[in-house]
Design a protein around this ligand. Sequence first.
Ligand code: BT5
Length: 326
Amino acid sequence: MREEILNLLGNQQGEYVSGESISHSLNISRAAVWKQIQGLKEAGYEIEAQTKKGYCLVKAPASLDEWALKQELKTGYLGKTLRLFEELPSTNDWCKDLVRQGEESGTVVIAKRQTVGRGRMQRAWQSPTGGLWMSVLLKPKLNLADAAKLTLSTGVALARAIHTLYGLEAGIKWPNDLVYQGKKIAGILGEVVGEWNSVQTLILGIGVNADFEIQDLSPELPATTLRTILGHEINLNQLAAEILRQLEHEVQALEQGDVAGLKERWTTCAVGIGHAVEIERAGEKFAGVFHGINENGELILDYDGREQAFSSGEVRLRYNAGQYSP
Ligand code: BT5
């Protein structure tokens, strides 16, 4: 019912639709229409009401809302099936359950807050209300090696979405943290579900510190939020839709074999290339110069005059400038 009313109002956004025509179209009483409108207002919809004219949808909410997100969505298949929750332990874990139930590729799970959000390597991810905590379920037409590159693609999609919407130059810290002036804005957790040698399903978990203030995170974290940086409200529906649009584009590019293009786009968004860094692998430290990534997505370190490749699962990267370390 809620969606039907929104569709009626949304079809003529900015214009008035009479209560009588809504009640007639949906076969409900005028009082029921009024009640639904009150509910929508409480959910953040700006709706004007005039006695003679009826109701006019002025603005959809900036907070997460399924109808509003779908209006913003400009993808072919990503997010067409959307599951939005008030709270989940972790959207990645919920997505894994969906995979077991045979969910289709492109489904997106979003929670307004997470109670046990996860980072990589069993690290915790703080997920207060106002963030964008989202997992994308994908069955890409890729082998395992290429599918693993989708976490790089996701980083590119995030950086590009943030640049497109806000003109903000956030950079990717290898392998796929999004940072601004050394502080983390977003992180990605890519997980494979299924057999090791033939990728069946991939879950791309995306966490963006979006529409909340930095005080909502532990003070010791070298983190920031889009709202703190930009000083205004962030429309989470618009942000989610733009990330999904960019991501769909990246997935298609990779499925068409454009690994070189991905590497180039990733490199353009990356921070720290050409700078002194320190890599830590199983307690061993390697100080050298960050030379970017190879086509496998591995970090290339110029170490003692020779190039050495490191894969993301096994190392930590620190910029010597001391700007950022997780
Ligand atoms: C990541 O891990 O950056 C991946 C984060 C992925 C989160 C998304 S949200 C939707 C989906 N569902 C989930 O359960 N997870 C995904 P990593 O690079 O390991 O970074 C983790 C570290 O970042 C922590 O150990 C903290 O130091 C720091 N951290 C925790 N919460 C943070 C936050 N909100 N902002 C910035 N840094 C944070």
